[in-house]
Design a protein around this ligand. Structure first.
Ligand SMILES: Nc1ncnc2c1ncn2[C@@H]1O[C@H](COP(=O)(O)OP(=O)(O)OP(=O)(O)O)[C@@H](O)[C@H]1O
Ligand SMILES: Cc1ncc(COP(=O)(O)O)c(N)n1
Length: 317
């Protein structure tokens, strides 16, 4: 007897590359795998970068990004999509059209603007399109402290306290996204607090001990990719429950992926987002802790290494 057809949850990342493997598309695919989700990509820019920073960016033209999106979306059922580095205003507009015209599933926007090393990853004239066009289409946006301030306006100062973070998250929601996760990684306190605000009025705060490590390259990419994977798994489970399909045969093993195969049809989008954020922050904390003493760079002075994306995989050698 042949086994019934099944499929794993599918996630799409629209982002730039990191040949050193810690951030961008490379981090996204590792995070998708780590959470048991099948990863697909559309590359917006080829970036020469490593643990010391960005040296060159080679832009991909709009028509070719569109062709990549069509290759994925004409063929595969995408349960959730994230954007990372979008580079130019025309690529922001292209992604907005894709959200309107295609089914991208849950839509997570990581408003990547500047690399930790200081290199700009989004043109100045694209910021307003992110603010007015992309944000209102998002189920969740995940700005860090400087990105949140920039999205609120040129003269907005960076939040320097939890009260200011709450206030900014609340004001960002007014731009139309269903949820805002304002990340506190750039603070200096012993605890890292991330603030989640949802359009239905729900708020949540997540506190983790700050890990004193230089290895934080790609934490934002990894977090938004993990949230996207969790949301893809949730949508897949909801659809499978609704259709009576066997989700346990999908390869998205709940103990590996964190996917909630019993998610009921009644789970609201807000509950899905909140659960995805909580699980993803816990995973990221494990990935950061596992790599806190890694020294990958041949030139360790001043290097910011990656997190351990595969922390939950046990390999015996
Ligand atoms: N040193 C740390 N210790 C514990 N958690 C951290 C640390 N640095 C970052 N994080 C976690 O990683 C998340 C993302 O970090 P951050 O706020 O630096 O985003 P980002 O600036 O977008 O990341 P990136 O470095 O990829 O640009 C934070 O929300 C926080 O939960
Ligand atoms: C392609 C790409 N996307 C995003 C980032 C941000 O990550 P970080 O701030 O850790 O450098 C990056 N460096 N490269």
């Amino acid at each position: 007897m042949t086994a019934p057809a099944s499929r794993p949850p599918v996630a799409l990342s629209i982002a730039g590359t990191d040949p050193s493997g810690g951030a961008g598309i490379h981090a996204d695919l590792k995070a998708f795998c780590a959470r048991g989700v099948y990863g697909t990509t559309a590359i917006t820019a080829l970036v020469a970068q490593n643990t010391h920073g960005v040296s060159e960016v080679y832009g991909i033209d709009e028509a070719f990004v569109e062709a990549q999106l069509a290759s994925v979306l004409d063929d595969l059922p995408v349960d959730a999509t994230k954007t990372g580095m979008l580079s130019t205003r025309s690529l922001v507009d292209l992604v907005c059209r894709a959200v309107d015209e295609r089914d991208l599933g849950y839509f997570v926007v990581d408003p990547v603007m500047v690399a930790t090393s200081g290199h700009r990853l989004l043109d100045d004239d694209a910021v307003d399109s992110v603010r007015r066009q992309l944000m209102p289409r998002a189920d969740l946006i995940t700005p860090n402290l400087p990105e949140a301030a920039l999205l609120l306006g040129e003269s907005e100062p960076e939040a320097a306290s939890i009260e200011q973070m709450r206030d900014q998250a609340g004001r960002l929601i007014e731009h139309g996204a269903r949820g805002v996760l304002l990340k506190g990684g750039h603070g200096v306190d012993d605890e890292v607090i991330d603030v989640l605000a949802l359009a239905d009025g729900t708020t949540a705060e997540f506190t983790h001990t700050r890990i004193r490590t230089p290895n934080t390259h790609g934490t934002g990419c990894t977090l938004s990719a993990t949230i996207t994977a969790e949301m893809a798994a949730a949508r897949h489970a909801q659809a499978s429950t609704a259709s009576g399909a066997d989700t346990t045969a999908s390869g998205a093993d709940a103990t590996v992926s964190g996917a909630d195969a019993t998610a009921s049809e009644t789970t609201t989008a807000s509950e899905t987002i909140t659960a995805a954020v909580e699980r993803s922050l816990d995973y990221l904390a494990r990935a950061l802790a596992s790599a806190d003493h890694w020294q990958l760079s041949l030139n360790p002075e001043g290097a910011h290494g990656p997190v351990d994306h595969l922390v939950d995989l046990t390999v015996t050698r």
